[in-house]
Design a protein around this ligand. Structure first.
Ligand code: PHE
Length: 469
Protein backbone atom coordinates (compact mmCIF):
# COMPACT_ATOMS: atom_id res chain seq x y z
CA UNK A 1 0.00 0.00 0.00
CA UNK A 2 1.17 3.52 -0.76
CA UNK A 3 2.14 5.71 2.17
CA UNK A 4 -0.73 8.00 3.23
CA UNK A 5 -0.22 11.62 2.34
CA UNK A 6 -0.43 14.34 4.94
CA UNK A 7 -0.48 18.13 4.82
CA UNK A 8 2.86 19.92 4.78
CA UNK A 9 1.82 22.77 7.06
CA UNK A 10 -1.10 24.31 8.90
CA UNK A 11 -1.51 27.07 6.34
CA UNK A 12 -1.39 24.46 3.62
CA UNK A 13 -4.34 22.62 5.14
CA UNK A 14 -6.46 25.73 5.62
CA UNK A 15 -5.70 26.88 2.13
CA UNK A 16 -6.56 23.51 0.68
CA UNK A 17 -9.77 23.13 2.69
CA UNK A 18 -10.79 26.72 1.95
CA UNK A 19 -9.77 26.10 -1.64
CA UNK A 20 -12.17 23.18 -1.73
CA UNK A 21 -14.96 25.20 -0.20
CA UNK A 22 -14.49 28.39 -2.19
CA UNK A 23 -15.33 27.70 -5.79
CA UNK A 24 -18.01 27.91 -8.42
CA UNK A 25 -20.49 27.36 -5.60
CA UNK A 26 -19.70 30.78 -4.16
CA UNK A 27 -19.05 32.84 -7.25
CA UNK A 28 -21.21 31.23 -9.92
CA UNK A 29 -23.96 29.37 -8.05
CA UNK A 30 -24.61 31.54 -4.99
CA UNK A 31 -25.51 34.73 -6.89
CA UNK A 32 -27.89 33.11 -9.34
CA UNK A 33 -29.46 30.82 -6.74
CA UNK A 34 -30.02 33.81 -4.44
CA UNK A 35 -31.37 35.71 -7.42
CA UNK A 36 -33.91 33.10 -8.39
CA UNK A 37 -34.98 32.36 -4.80
CA UNK A 38 -36.04 35.84 -3.84
CA UNK A 39 -32.79 37.46 -2.63
CA UNK A 40 -32.55 38.66 0.98
CA UNK A 41 -34.73 36.05 2.65
CA UNK A 42 -32.80 33.27 0.92
CA UNK A 43 -29.50 34.82 1.98
CA UNK A 44 -30.64 35.06 5.59
CA UNK A 45 -31.74 31.43 5.76
CA UNK A 46 -28.54 30.35 4.04
CA UNK A 47 -26.49 32.21 6.67
CA UNK A 48 -28.45 30.60 9.52
CA UNK A 49 -27.80 27.16 8.00
CA UNK A 50 -24.10 27.95 7.55
CA UNK A 51 -23.65 28.92 11.19
CA UNK A 52 -25.70 26.19 12.88
CA UNK A 53 -25.48 23.28 10.47
CA UNK A 54 -22.51 24.01 8.20
CA UNK A 55 -19.96 24.76 10.89
CA UNK A 56 -21.10 21.82 13.04
CA UNK A 57 -20.96 19.35 10.18
CA UNK A 58 -17.59 20.61 9.03
CA UNK A 59 -16.18 20.07 12.51
CA UNK A 60 -17.73 16.60 12.56
CA UNK A 61 -16.20 15.74 9.18
CA UNK A 62 -12.73 16.90 10.28
CA UNK A 63 -13.02 14.97 13.55
CA UNK A 64 -14.25 11.74 11.99
CA UNK A 65 -11.66 11.89 9.20
CA UNK A 66 -8.73 12.52 11.50
CA UNK A 67 -9.91 10.07 14.17
CA UNK A 68 -10.24 7.21 11.75
CA UNK A 69 -7.33 8.33 9.58
CA UNK A 70 -9.33 7.06 6.62
CA UNK A 71 -11.16 8.71 3.77
CA UNK A 72 -14.96 8.86 3.66
CA UNK A 73 -15.94 5.26 2.98
CA UNK A 74 -13.24 3.72 5.16
CA UNK A 75 -14.11 5.98 8.07
CA UNK A 76 -17.72 4.74 8.16
CA UNK A 77 -16.85 1.16 7.30
CA UNK A 78 -14.19 0.78 9.98
CA UNK A 79 -16.83 1.48 12.62
CA UNK A 80 -19.78 -0.45 11.28
CA UNK A 81 -20.36 -2.05 7.89
CA UNK A 82 -24.01 -1.14 8.03
CA UNK A 83 -22.79 2.45 7.64
CA UNK A 84 -20.53 1.91 4.62
CA UNK A 85 -23.28 3.20 2.35
CA UNK A 86 -23.08 6.68 3.87
CA UNK A 87 -19.52 6.98 2.56
CA UNK A 88 -20.39 5.38 -0.76
CA UNK A 89 -23.16 7.94 -1.32
CA UNK A 90 -20.43 10.55 -0.89
CA UNK A 91 -18.29 8.95 -3.57
CA UNK A 92 -21.34 8.85 -5.83
CA UNK A 93 -21.92 12.56 -5.13
CA UNK A 94 -18.31 13.17 -6.09
CA UNK A 95 -18.87 11.49 -9.44
CA UNK A 96 -22.12 13.33 -10.08
CA UNK A 97 -20.85 16.78 -9.10
CA UNK A 98 -17.80 16.11 -11.27
CA UNK A 99 -20.34 15.27 -13.97
CA UNK A 100 -21.18 18.96 -14.38
CA UNK A 101 -18.65 20.99 -12.40
CA UNK A 102 -15.89 20.75 -15.03
CA UNK A 103 -18.40 21.91 -17.65
CA UNK A 104 -18.77 25.21 -15.78
CA UNK A 105 -15.03 25.24 -15.00
CA UNK A 106 -14.53 24.96 -18.77
CA UNK A 107 -16.82 27.96 -19.33
CA UNK A 108 -14.68 29.98 -16.92
CA UNK A 109 -11.54 28.93 -18.76
CA UNK A 110 -13.12 29.76 -22.11
CA UNK A 111 -14.07 33.20 -20.80
CA UNK A 112 -10.45 33.99 -19.96
CA UNK A 113 -9.77 33.49 -23.63
CA UNK A 114 -12.93 35.25 -24.83
CA UNK A 115 -12.27 38.27 -22.62
CA UNK A 116 -8.87 38.79 -24.16
CA UNK A 117 -10.17 38.29 -27.71
CA UNK A 118 -12.80 41.01 -27.95
CA UNK A 119 -15.83 39.87 -25.88
CA UNK A 120 -16.07 43.27 -24.18
CA UNK A 121 -16.01 45.33 -27.36
CA UNK A 122 -19.67 44.58 -28.11
CA UNK A 123 -21.47 44.98 -24.74
CA UNK A 124 -24.94 44.46 -26.19
CA UNK A 125 -24.01 41.05 -27.52
CA UNK A 126 -22.55 39.72 -24.24
CA UNK A 127 -25.75 37.91 -23.22
CA UNK A 128 -26.17 36.27 -26.63
CA UNK A 129 -22.52 35.23 -26.71
CA UNK A 130 -23.03 33.24 -23.50
CA UNK A 131 -26.24 31.58 -24.71
CA UNK A 132 -24.66 30.72 -28.04
CA UNK A 133 -21.52 29.36 -26.41
CA UNK A 134 -23.05 26.96 -23.89
CA UNK A 135 -25.56 25.54 -26.36
CA UNK A 136 -22.84 24.98 -28.96
CA UNK A 137 -22.01 21.28 -29.22
CA UNK A 138 -18.22 21.19 -29.49
CA UNK A 139 -16.66 24.30 -28.03
CA UNK A 140 -17.70 23.78 -24.38
CA UNK A 141 -16.62 20.15 -24.60
CA UNK A 142 -13.08 21.06 -25.55
CA UNK A 143 -12.83 23.61 -22.73
CA UNK A 144 -14.30 21.08 -20.30
CA UNK A 145 -11.66 18.53 -21.30
CA UNK A 146 -8.91 21.11 -20.83
CA UNK A 147 -10.24 21.89 -17.36
CA UNK A 148 -10.53 18.22 -16.41
CA UNK A 149 -7.00 17.58 -17.60
CA UNK A 150 -5.67 20.19 -15.19
CA UNK A 151 -7.44 18.30 -12.39
CA UNK A 152 -5.89 15.05 -13.46
CA UNK A 153 -2.39 16.52 -13.42
CA UNK A 154 -2.81 18.09 -9.95
CA UNK A 155 -4.46 15.09 -8.26
CA UNK A 156 -2.05 12.62 -9.84
CA UNK A 157 0.80 14.40 -8.03
CA UNK A 158 -0.85 13.77 -4.65
CA UNK A 159 -2.42 16.00 -2.03
CA UNK A 160 0.55 17.45 -0.25
CA UNK A 161 2.35 18.59 -3.37
CA UNK A 162 -0.27 19.25 -6.01
CA UNK A 163 -3.39 20.40 -4.20
CA UNK A 164 -1.64 22.21 -1.40
CA UNK A 165 0.67 24.23 -3.62
CA UNK A 166 -2.10 25.26 -5.97
CA UNK A 167 -4.28 26.46 -3.07
CA UNK A 168 -1.53 28.38 -1.34
CA UNK A 169 -0.57 30.46 -4.33
CA UNK A 170 -3.91 31.04 -5.95
CA UNK A 171 -6.41 31.65 -3.15
CA UNK A 172 -5.05 35.04 -2.07
CA UNK A 173 -5.16 36.24 -5.66
CA UNK A 174 -8.85 35.40 -5.77
CA UNK A 175 -9.68 37.43 -2.65
CA UNK A 176 -7.96 40.49 -4.06
CA UNK A 177 -9.75 40.43 -7.37
CA UNK A 178 -13.18 39.94 -5.81
CA UNK A 179 -12.67 42.97 -3.61
CA UNK A 180 -11.73 45.09 -6.62
CA UNK A 181 -14.82 43.95 -8.49
CA UNK A 182 -17.08 44.61 -5.51
CA UNK A 183 -15.81 48.18 -5.19
CA UNK A 184 -16.39 48.72 -8.88
CA UNK A 185 -19.94 47.33 -8.64
CA UNK A 186 -20.80 49.41 -5.58
CA UNK A 187 -19.78 52.67 -7.21
CA UNK A 188 -22.24 52.23 -10.08
CA UNK A 189 -25.40 54.34 -10.10
CA UNK A 190 -28.30 52.20 -8.91
CA UNK A 191 -26.06 49.98 -6.79
CA UNK A 192 -28.23 50.48 -3.71
CA UNK A 193 -31.17 48.56 -5.17
CA UNK A 194 -28.93 45.54 -5.64
CA UNK A 195 -27.72 45.66 -2.05
CA UNK A 196 -31.29 45.94 -0.87
CA UNK A 197 -32.35 42.94 -2.92
CA UNK A 198 -29.49 40.91 -1.50
CA UNK A 199 -29.68 41.91 2.15
CA UNK A 200 -33.24 43.05 2.88
CA UNK A 201 -35.32 39.92 3.44
CA UNK A 202 -38.74 39.76 1.87
CA UNK A 203 -40.28 36.95 3.88
CA UNK A 204 -43.21 36.53 1.54
CA UNK A 205 -40.75 34.93 -0.90
CA UNK A 206 -40.09 31.97 1.40
CA UNK A 207 -41.44 28.48 0.84
CA UNK A 208 -40.05 25.00 1.42
CA UNK A 209 -38.21 24.84 -1.88
CA UNK A 210 -36.45 28.14 -1.10
CA UNK A 211 -35.44 26.69 2.29
CA UNK A 212 -34.17 23.47 0.68
CA UNK A 213 -32.26 25.53 -1.88
CA UNK A 214 -30.60 27.46 0.97
CA UNK A 215 -29.71 24.22 2.75
CA UNK A 216 -28.32 22.70 -0.45
CA UNK A 217 -26.34 25.86 -1.15
CA UNK A 218 -24.81 25.79 2.33
CA UNK A 219 -23.71 22.16 1.93
CA UNK A 220 -22.49 22.57 -1.62
CA UNK A 221 -20.60 25.75 -0.92
CA UNK A 222 -18.89 24.37 2.19
CA UNK A 223 -18.01 21.07 0.44
CA UNK A 224 -19.98 19.13 3.04
CA UNK A 225 -22.12 16.02 3.12
CA UNK A 226 -20.04 13.91 0.76
CA UNK A 227 -16.92 13.04 2.68
CA UNK A 228 -14.70 15.67 1.15
CA UNK A 229 -13.79 17.24 4.49
CA UNK A 230 -13.58 13.75 6.05
CA UNK A 231 -10.97 12.90 3.44
CA UNK A 232 -9.08 16.17 3.91
CA UNK A 233 -9.33 15.75 7.68
CA UNK A 234 -7.77 12.31 7.40
CA UNK A 235 -4.59 13.95 6.11
CA UNK A 236 -4.55 16.36 9.07
CA UNK A 237 -1.96 16.18 11.83
CA UNK A 238 -3.00 15.26 15.39
CA UNK A 239 -1.74 18.55 16.80
CA UNK A 240 -4.02 20.76 14.67
CA UNK A 241 -6.93 22.66 16.20
CA UNK A 242 -10.02 21.32 14.45
CA UNK A 243 -12.41 23.90 15.89
CA UNK A 244 -10.49 26.93 14.67
CA UNK A 245 -9.80 25.30 11.32
CA UNK A 246 -13.51 24.64 10.81
CA UNK A 247 -14.37 28.19 11.88
CA UNK A 248 -11.80 29.76 9.56
CA UNK A 249 -12.84 27.70 6.55
CA UNK A 250 -16.55 28.34 7.14
CA UNK A 251 -15.90 32.05 7.59
CA UNK A 252 -13.77 32.39 4.49
CA UNK A 253 -16.22 30.48 2.33
CA UNK A 254 -19.19 32.52 3.47
CA UNK A 255 -17.24 35.75 3.14
CA UNK A 256 -16.41 34.98 -0.47
CA UNK A 257 -20.02 34.09 -1.29
CA UNK A 258 -21.27 37.37 0.17
CA UNK A 259 -18.48 39.24 -1.62
CA UNK A 260 -19.51 37.61 -4.89
CA UNK A 261 -23.08 38.72 -4.23
CA UNK A 262 -21.91 42.26 -3.56
CA UNK A 263 -19.87 42.13 -6.76
CA UNK A 264 -22.84 40.91 -8.80
CA UNK A 265 -26.13 42.39 -7.60
CA UNK A 266 -25.47 46.12 -7.59
CA UNK A 267 -24.08 45.85 -11.12
CA UNK A 268 -27.02 43.72 -12.24
CA UNK A 269 -29.56 46.21 -11.00
CA UNK A 270 -27.62 49.06 -12.55
CA UNK A 271 -27.65 47.27 -15.91
CA UNK A 272 -31.28 46.16 -15.66
CA UNK A 273 -30.39 42.46 -15.78
CA UNK A 274 -33.03 40.28 -14.10
CA UNK A 275 -31.86 38.61 -10.84
CA UNK A 276 -33.53 35.43 -12.08
CA UNK A 277 -31.25 35.32 -15.14
CA UNK A 278 -29.92 31.88 -14.11
CA UNK A 279 -26.57 30.13 -14.60
CA UNK A 280 -25.30 32.76 -17.03
CA UNK A 281 -25.29 35.49 -14.41
CA UNK A 282 -21.55 35.93 -13.74
CA UNK A 283 -20.67 35.30 -17.35
CA UNK A 284 -22.87 38.18 -18.42
CA UNK A 285 -22.63 40.63 -15.52
CA UNK A 286 -18.85 40.72 -15.14
CA UNK A 287 -18.01 41.38 -18.80
CA UNK A 288 -20.77 44.03 -18.83
CA UNK A 289 -19.32 45.65 -15.73
CA UNK A 290 -15.95 46.14 -17.35
CA UNK A 291 -17.03 46.73 -20.93
CA UNK A 292 -16.98 50.52 -20.78
CA UNK A 293 -13.51 50.72 -19.28
CA UNK A 294 -11.43 49.95 -22.36
CA UNK A 295 -8.13 48.11 -21.91
CA UNK A 296 -8.17 48.22 -18.10
CA UNK A 297 -11.63 46.66 -18.16
CA UNK A 298 -10.39 43.80 -20.32
CA UNK A 299 -7.57 43.23 -17.86
CA UNK A 300 -9.89 43.18 -14.83
CA UNK A 301 -12.44 40.92 -16.48
CA UNK A 302 -9.65 38.63 -17.64
CA UNK A 303 -8.25 38.47 -14.11
CA UNK A 304 -11.70 37.69 -12.78
CA UNK A 305 -12.12 34.70 -15.05
CA UNK A 306 -8.61 33.49 -14.27
CA UNK A 307 -9.52 33.66 -10.58
CA UNK A 308 -12.83 31.91 -11.19
CA UNK A 309 -11.05 29.13 -13.05
CA UNK A 310 -8.54 28.76 -10.24
CA UNK A 311 -11.26 28.73 -7.57
CA UNK A 312 -13.10 26.09 -9.56
CA UNK A 313 -9.92 24.07 -9.89
CA UNK A 314 -9.06 23.99 -6.18
CA UNK A 315 -12.64 22.74 -5.56
CA UNK A 316 -12.79 20.18 -8.32
CA UNK A 317 -9.50 18.63 -7.27
CA UNK A 318 -11.06 18.00 -3.86
CA UNK A 319 -14.05 16.32 -5.48
CA UNK A 320 -11.78 14.16 -7.58
CA UNK A 321 -9.70 13.41 -4.49
CA UNK A 322 -12.73 11.92 -2.69
CA UNK A 323 -13.22 9.42 -5.46
CA UNK A 324 -9.50 8.77 -5.88
CA UNK A 325 -8.95 8.28 -2.14
CA UNK A 326 -11.78 5.73 -2.14
CA UNK A 327 -10.23 3.80 -5.01
CA UNK A 328 -6.79 3.86 -3.36
CA UNK A 329 -7.91 3.03 0.20
CA UNK A 330 -10.75 0.60 -0.47
CA UNK A 331 -10.07 -0.80 -3.91
CA UNK A 332 -6.26 -0.86 -3.79
CA UNK A 333 -5.73 1.18 -6.96
CA UNK A 334 -2.48 3.03 -7.46
CA UNK A 335 -2.96 6.80 -7.39
CA UNK A 336 -2.27 7.04 -11.10
CA UNK A 337 -4.83 4.41 -12.08
CA UNK A 338 -7.40 5.79 -9.68
CA UNK A 339 -7.09 9.24 -11.24
CA UNK A 340 -7.31 7.94 -14.78
CA UNK A 341 -10.27 5.63 -14.18
CA UNK A 342 -12.37 8.16 -12.27
CA UNK A 343 -11.65 11.12 -14.52
CA UNK A 344 -12.55 8.99 -17.53
CA UNK A 345 -16.03 8.34 -16.14
CA UNK A 346 -16.37 12.00 -15.15
CA UNK A 347 -15.49 13.11 -18.67
CA UNK A 348 -18.32 10.98 -20.05
CA UNK A 349 -20.83 12.41 -17.54
CA UNK A 350 -19.65 15.92 -18.42
CA UNK A 351 -20.23 15.28 -22.11
CA UNK A 352 -23.84 14.35 -21.29
CA UNK A 353 -24.22 17.41 -19.05
CA UNK A 354 -22.74 19.82 -21.55
CA UNK A 355 -24.77 18.52 -24.50
CA UNK A 356 -27.97 18.64 -22.44
CA UNK A 357 -27.72 22.44 -22.36
CA UNK A 358 -28.09 22.46 -26.12
CA UNK A 359 -31.14 20.19 -25.79
CA UNK A 360 -29.22 17.11 -26.97
CA UNK A 361 -29.19 13.74 -25.18
CA UNK A 362 -31.35 11.73 -22.77
CA UNK A 363 -33.82 13.39 -20.41
CA UNK A 364 -35.23 12.24 -17.08
CA UNK A 365 -38.78 13.48 -16.43
CA UNK A 366 -38.15 16.29 -18.88
CA UNK A 367 -34.92 17.35 -17.19
CA UNK A 368 -31.52 17.23 -18.93
CA UNK A 369 -28.38 15.60 -17.52
CA UNK A 370 -26.81 18.86 -16.27
CA UNK A 371 -29.83 19.69 -14.12
CA UNK A 372 -30.35 16.09 -13.00
CA UNK A 373 -26.78 15.85 -11.62
CA UNK A 374 -27.16 19.23 -9.94
CA UNK A 375 -30.59 18.42 -8.46
CA UNK A 376 -29.60 15.02 -7.12
CA UNK A 377 -26.46 16.26 -5.41
CA UNK A 378 -27.32 19.79 -4.31
CA UNK A 379 -30.89 19.09 -3.20
CA UNK A 380 -30.67 15.51 -1.94
CA UNK A 381 -27.35 13.70 -1.59
CA UNK A 382 -25.34 16.39 0.19
CA UNK A 383 -27.98 17.34 2.74
CA UNK A 384 -28.98 13.74 3.42
CA UNK A 385 -25.28 12.81 3.51
CA UNK A 386 -24.80 15.49 6.15
CA UNK A 387 -27.75 14.19 8.16
CA UNK A 388 -26.38 10.64 7.97
CA UNK A 389 -22.99 11.80 9.21
CA UNK A 390 -24.68 13.64 12.08
CA UNK A 391 -26.65 10.53 13.07
CA UNK A 392 -23.51 8.42 12.75
CA UNK A 393 -21.46 10.75 14.94
CA UNK A 394 -24.24 11.35 17.46
CA UNK A 395 -25.61 7.84 17.83
CA UNK A 396 -22.94 5.44 16.67
CA UNK A 397 -19.65 7.01 17.75
CA UNK A 398 -18.57 7.35 21.32
CA UNK A 399 -19.12 10.79 22.84
CA UNK A 400 -15.87 10.80 24.82
CA UNK A 401 -13.91 9.68 21.78
CA UNK A 402 -15.33 12.59 19.78
CA UNK A 403 -14.61 15.00 22.59
CA UNK A 404 -11.01 13.82 22.82
CA UNK A 405 -10.56 14.12 19.09
CA UNK A 406 -12.00 17.61 18.86
CA UNK A 407 -10.15 18.94 21.90
CA UNK A 408 -6.88 17.10 21.13
CA UNK A 409 -7.31 15.17 24.39
CA UNK A 410 -8.19 18.25 26.38
CA UNK A 411 -5.55 20.59 24.99
CA UNK A 412 -7.92 22.68 22.90
CA UNK A 413 -10.71 24.56 24.63
CA UNK A 414 -14.15 24.02 23.11
CA UNK A 415 -16.61 25.48 25.60
CA UNK A 416 -19.64 24.78 23.44
CA UNK A 417 -18.95 21.06 23.02
CA UNK A 418 -22.30 20.26 24.61
CA UNK A 419 -24.15 22.60 22.28
CA UNK A 420 -22.34 21.19 19.24
CA UNK A 421 -23.08 17.64 20.34
CA UNK A 422 -26.77 18.40 20.86
CA UNK A 423 -27.01 19.99 17.44
CA UNK A 424 -25.33 17.05 15.76
CA UNK A 425 -27.18 14.36 17.65
CA UNK A 426 -30.71 15.77 17.68
CA UNK A 427 -31.31 19.05 15.90
CA UNK A 428 -29.49 18.71 12.59
CA UNK A 429 -30.92 15.31 11.56
CA UNK A 430 -34.46 16.47 12.35
CA UNK A 431 -34.11 19.84 10.62
CA UNK A 432 -32.63 18.27 7.49
CA UNK A 433 -35.36 15.64 7.38
CA UNK A 434 -38.09 18.27 7.62
CA UNK A 435 -36.50 20.58 5.04
CA UNK A 436 -35.80 17.75 2.60
CA UNK A 437 -39.31 16.32 2.80
CA UNK A 438 -40.91 19.76 2.50
CA UNK A 439 -38.62 20.67 -0.39
CA UNK A 440 -39.39 17.47 -2.26
CA UNK A 441 -43.13 17.99 -1.84
CA UNK A 442 -42.76 21.56 -3.10
CA UNK A 443 -40.55 20.27 -5.90
CA UNK A 444 -43.46 18.37 -7.42
CA UNK A 445 -44.99 21.67 -8.47
CA UNK A 446 -41.91 22.52 -10.49
CA UNK A 447 -41.70 19.01 -11.95
CA UNK A 448 -38.53 18.23 -9.97
CA UNK A 449 -40.15 16.03 -7.32
CA UNK A 450 -39.76 12.69 -9.12
CA UNK A 451 -36.01 13.17 -9.62
CA UNK A 452 -35.51 14.04 -5.96
CA UNK A 453 -37.51 10.96 -4.98
CA UNK A 454 -35.22 8.86 -7.18
CA UNK A 455 -32.33 10.34 -5.20
CA UNK A 456 -33.89 9.16 -1.95
CA UNK A 457 -34.51 5.78 -3.56
CA UNK A 458 -30.83 5.45 -4.48
CA UNK A 459 -29.83 6.21 -0.90
CA UNK A 460 -32.31 3.63 0.42
CA UNK A 461 -30.96 1.06 -2.02
CA UNK A 462 -27.35 1.66 -0.96
CA UNK A 463 -28.42 1.49 2.69
CA UNK A 464 -30.03 -1.89 2.07
CA UNK A 465 -26.87 -3.36 0.50
CA UNK A 466 -24.47 -1.49 2.75
CA UNK A 467 -22.72 -4.59 4.10
CA UNK A 468 -21.84 -5.72 0.60
CA UNK A 469 -20.32 -2.39 -0.48
N1 PHE B 1 -17.62 23.81 -2.40
C1 PHE B 1 -17.34 23.78 -3.80
C2 PHE B 1 -17.81 25.08 -4.41
O1 PHE B 1 -18.40 25.88 -3.74
C3 PHE B 1 -17.96 22.60 -4.50
C4 PHE B 1 -17.74 21.31 -3.79
C5 PHE B 1 -18.81 20.59 -3.29
C6 PHE B 1 -16.46 20.82 -3.60
C7 PHE B 1 -18.63 19.41 -2.61
C8 PHE B 1 -16.26 19.63 -2.91
C9 PHE B 1 -17.35 18.94 -2.41
O2 PHE B 1 -17.62 25.33 -5.57
Amino acid sequence: MEKRDSWGSRLGFIMAAAGSAVGLGNIWKFPYTAGSNGGGAFVLIYLIFVVFIGFSIMLTEFAVGRRKNLAAVGAFKSVDKRWTFAGVIGVLSGFLIMGFYPVVGGWALAYVFKTFTGLLSAPDAIGDVFGGFITNAWQPLLWMLAFLLMNVVIVARGVSTGIEQAGKILMPILFGILIIISIKGLTLPGAAAGMEFLFKPDFSAINMSVILAALGQAFFSLSLGMGCMITYGSYLKKSENLVSNAAIVTGMDTGVALLAGIAMFPAMFAFGIEPTAGPGLVFVVVPHLFAEMGGVGVLFAGLFFIALTVAALTSSVSLLEVVVAYLIDERKFTRRNAVLASSGVMALLCVLASLSLGGVGPMLFGTGAFDVFDLLTDKIFLAVGGALLAVFAGWRLNKEELKNEITNNGEVKFGIFGLWYGLVKFVIPVVIAIVAIGGILDGFEAGKGPIMLIGLGIIALFAAISKKL
